[in-house]
Design a protein around this ligand. Sequence first.
Ligand code: ATP
Ligand code: MG
Length: 365
Amino acid sequence: MENDTVDDRKSTNTKNIGDSREKPVLITKSPAMLDLYRKIKLVAKTKATVLITGENGTGKEVFASLLHYHSKNSNKPMVTVNCGAIPGELVESELLGHEKGAFTGAIAQKKGCFEMADKGTLFLDEIGEMSLNAQVKLLRAVEMGTFRRVGGKEEVHVDVTLISATNKILSDQIKAGSFREDLFYRLNVVELYIPPLRHRKEDIPLLVEFYKNVYCDLYELHDADFTKEALEVLMNYDWPGNVRELKNTIERCIVLLEGSKVTPDMLPVSISKAKSKYFNGFSDDSNSYLHIPVGTSLDEIEKQAIKQTLRSVDNNKTEAAKLLGFARKTLHNKLDRYDSESYSTIQNNKAKPEKSDLAEVSAMS
Ligand SMILES: Nc1ncnc2c1ncn2[C@@H]1O[C@H](COP(=O)(O)OP(=O)(O)OP(=O)(O)O)[C@@H](O)[C@H]1O
Ligand SMILES: [Mg+2]
């Protein structure tokens, strides 16, 4: 478990954390997260391009900072660009820089993010928000390693390690025509998917303990504790905003605390009254298990595991594929096969399908 302090300044467009040697905080005991951390340390020895994916607030920026921290170039800058926040007409100059007089308002030469990150790390956050026009410029700079500043003649060469992050499903965006496939392959040499907090609930008590102490120290308050019942409520919640939402909830509880114990009634109603929509890990809940008679074929076991997993993630195929350890395409192929099998069974039996069978098939397609 890592537990130093974190730098969580939110960027406008660009942020340069310079040669900060401060170690980013990663609180976890989840095997999936520890495995990611191991991968980060391996990848950090190379200059491979990394794409970090995961829902909002799962810790993509934390992992990007850890990658930089463990890299040989951690004494060089890490420059973060919020791709979604740059207006279309400024993207080229923001990324590549401009010469004096290149356009109205260009009163001096300005270095772009690539140059600012030279020898260090360039973190392109929210890459899924980048316009197609900007993607073309980015692809060229990434492929060639050289570019010209806007209005410039000279080729500038840089040496940067590129990390991108998104909460979007880029393969869906490629299909929809809003993300370039060639750029995707350039950025996605190594993909690191950060699981949502609801799939690693063992991290909740650790995060509560850590951030409770952080906020008690920050606001110079007496030590506080979450009662067992309050912790249970936090464990039963799905955390759609992931660690960021949990962190904010803890801060709010600590700030508003009169005594020394946080009890369930002090938690926001949106959390204490929420019903979990998801698979809750391997709890005592019998819906979390597959009940499979001995002698069931492996094919059938796989089918049942797929169906149950899909149900547990609200039919989100990307998430189900990640949980099951399949590529999304493999999951689709399997679902197509189940679909056609159930169709041919219906045809062969020449019987009217049960309504419930149809609902199950359509819910999976
Ligand atoms: N495992 C963790 N341990 C400690 N703090 C964490 C962890 N994961 C996330 N955080 C904290 O939660 C907040 C959100 O994390 P971060 O900004 O890295 O998420 P993100 O995936 O980049 O979110 P977004 O998609 O909204 O950009 C930050 O304050 C971060 O420090
Ligand atoms: Mg982020």
